[in-house]
Design a protein around this ligand. Structure first.
Ligand code: ADP
Length: 190
């Protein structure tokens, strides 16, 4: 099984590359942002709970995220593995993911971090905001909050995997195909 954490700041291209990776390797895409947006669209309790946090660019509380991921893993049978996109976003989530996978006799194969500088991120998010319909993509203040939350709360997750010898980074600037080639090179070396 291949279980990959695709890591990087908002706007780094995790969603775009995830789509290509799931097709190439036959993996299951687990994007917590997408799952929350689905719940939001359905008006479920979980969606309503997440709404305020998402609109402000803050993190949804760990216990809520962890429960949702646990459910998704339990519901997915016969998968060749997962691409985790936008999760884990805190060290507590990373620890919870390790124990969840352990229960199923699984483990993370590696974390791949997409490196993109801040001005490029901001430009990409604003561009996406023109078509994504996401309120959090259209407002400079919200984008700033998301980048700050990433630096303060999410960046330490890279150290968590670095300490396990599972961290590698790739250049997240270039064509979609170039970046995809860099990622597959890492995965094929596992
Ligand atoms: P991006 O990576 O572009 O910021 P996502 O689609 O991954 O966007 O996430 C959108 C929002 O959903 C986040 O700003 C946050 O409010 C919430 N969210 C997504 N994943 C998590 C997570 N693992 N933990 C807490 N909140 C999350």
């Amino acid at each position: 099984m291949l279980n990959i954490v695709l890591f990087g700041p908002p706007g780094a291209g995790k969603g775009t590359q995830s789509e290509k990776l799931i097709k190439h390797y036959g993996l299951t895409h687990l994007s917590t942002g997408d799952l929350f947006r689905k719940h939001l669209g359905e008006g479920s309790d979980l969606g309503n709970l997440a709404k305020q946090y998402m609109n402000e660019g803050r993190l949804v509380p760990d216990e809520v995220v962890i429960k949702m991921v646990e459910q998704k893993i339990a519901d997915t049978e016969g998968s060749k593995g997962f691409i985790f996109d936008g999760f884990p976003r805190t060290t507590a989530q990373a620890k919870a993911l390790d124990s969840m996978l352990e229960k199923h006799d699984l483990a993370i194969s590696g974390m791949i971090a997409l490196e993109v500088e801040e001005d490029v991120l901001r430009a990409r998010i604003k561009e996406r905001g023109k078509t994504s319909g996401r309120a959090d993509d259209q407002d400079d203040q919200k984008i700033s909050t998301r980048i700050k939350v990433y630096l303060d709360e999410t960046l330490p997750v890279a150290d968590f995997y670095r300490n396990q010898g599972k961290y590698q980074s790739v250049n997240g600037v270039g064509t979609i195909e170039e970046i995809f080639a860099s990622i597959t090179e890492v995965i094929d070396s596992y």
